[in-house]
Design a protein around this ligand. Structure first.
Ligand SMILES: NC(=O)c1ccc[n+]([C@@H]2O[C@H](COP(=O)([O-])OP(=O)(O)OC[C@H]3O[C@@H](n4cnc5c(N)ncnc54)[C@H](O)[C@@H]3O)[C@@H](O)[C@H]2O)c1
Ligand SMILES: NC(=O)c1ccc[n+]([C@@H]2O[C@H](COP(=O)([O-])OP(=O)(O)OC[C@H]3O[C@@H](n4cnc5c(N)ncnc54)[C@H](O)[C@@H]3O)[C@@H](O)[C@H]2O)c1
Lengths: 207, 207
């Protein structure tokens, strides 16, 4: 099994390498990457090894091979189309965010149960009624749902997404979702991040 | 040093305990909490111990004492006032999110460099020009900044926040910020979460 902390660091490596690529740098060493990102070079080597790429001793890695290997590992060389479900405050912010596209996520449409929202376009993407999701997921081969509905609706909507053929749910709600084993759920836990912020601030202020 | 994975689990415990409290449950055991949250009961005991609370053997914990202890540890019994910096798509979604208030974060105002945004109210909170932040942070004793500006502006704005007395930055930008040791930075790495989603989906589809 691949260590998730290594996987989580891959986007930062990718971003740094794309910067080098833009400045026409062809080769890079673990040490250089480590220094730039505040990491230990043995950790960098281990992390990059999960993508299957191998550096040359004394030379380092080919920047473009490393970029390609990371993107292939993450599945970010194929752009994955996704639906946003729940076109409220958070859903709309995510629909407008161009940054996800560099990470292989292409939001193609949104769905909502509120008839006053249906039919509107947000950042060029249309909001459809939730009942249309099953049909559109099938026709457009969409496998990813970004869940931005209220907590009370989260599980019911999730069950419907699973029935509609969605295979991965990026969960922004605070609810722990129940899904079959064949469906991937990734929780975005903003409250967990806020907990770290608050406890570290509380600790700093006590010094 | 307190283990951060334990800190990150505290909001989930808090949410569960608040549910019990609302249903008039006064006592709870580690095992019950563990079963409800899909955790191992020894992990639950270790996590709760960081708050200083101790259960009674064969009886368990007082629900209200546990709630108070977790909130005190996180600093969530004092609501912390915060500024959103960068009132764009993401900043505005965060300003509208009532959920942070249960976690002790109270967004009181936002700041932006775009004159067409200044003066507007979003979800009852006013958008001020960035130059007013120093003065308002001092007068309102605000220590927390939620950073939602474009990546290119992130470091410059951060240096200004630090000069303005901000002691903790909840960083939503992809930039690794440089701050003095006395300032806490907590990065929200949505790309890292997306990396886990994509790689697990890629792996699932290969089976
Ligand atoms: N806004 C934030 O910054 C933020 C931060 C952390 C977590 N969240 C979580 O994200 C979710 C959305 O938050 P928000 O602030 O955007 O809320 P919101 O109320 O603005 O948006 C929710 C949207 O979901 C729609 N909806 C409700 N029931 C539905 C259903 N059954 N099917 C389809 N659509 C439905 C609503 O019509 C609305 O447009 C919530 O679970 C919240 O806890 C939001
Ligand atoms: N939108 C998302 O879902 C999302 C997801 C992940 C990360 N992010 C990150 O969050 C940040 C904001 O994203 P967004 O989509 O809201 O962008 P946005 O362009 O909609 O908003 C940025 C806001 O910052 C303001 N701004 C620019 N320079 C400033 C300065 N020097 N001082 C004060 N304000 C300034 C702009 O006027 C604008 O209102 C970016 O760093 C982005 O990478 C956003």
């Amino acid at each position: 099994a691949v260590p998730l902390p290594s996987v989580r660091r891959l986007p930062a490596y990718l971003r740094f390498l794309q910067g080098l690529h833009a400045r026409q740098r062809d080769v890079v060493s673990c040490t250089h990457i480590a220094d730039a990102l505040g990491l230990v070079s043995t950790q960098v080597r281990k992390d990059l090894a999960i993508t299957g790429v191998i550096g040359k001793p004394k030379v380092g890695y080919s920047v473009s091979s490393l970029i390609a290997a990371i993107q292939a590992f993450l599945g970010w060389n194929n752009t994955s189309d996704a639906f946003v479900v729940g076109a409220g405050n958070l859903g709309r912010a995510l629909m407008g965010y161009e940054g996800f596209r560099e990470h292989g996520l292409n939001i193609v449409a949104a769905f909502d149960s509120d008839p006053t929202k249906v039919g509107h376009q947000i950042h060029g993407k249309e909001i459809f009624p939730l009942e249309k999701l099953h049909d559109l997921a099938e026709r457009l081969h969409v496998l990813i749902g970004v869940l931005c509905v209220p907590a009370a609706a989260a599980q019911d909507v999730t069950s419907y997404l699973v029935l509609s053929g969605i295979r991965a749910i990026w969960n922004y709600t605070p609810v722990q979702l129940e899904v079959p084993e064949s469906v991937v759920v990734e929780d975005v836990k903003l409250s967990a991040s806020l907990a770290v912020l608050s406890s570290r601030l509380t600790e700093t202020l006590r010094r």
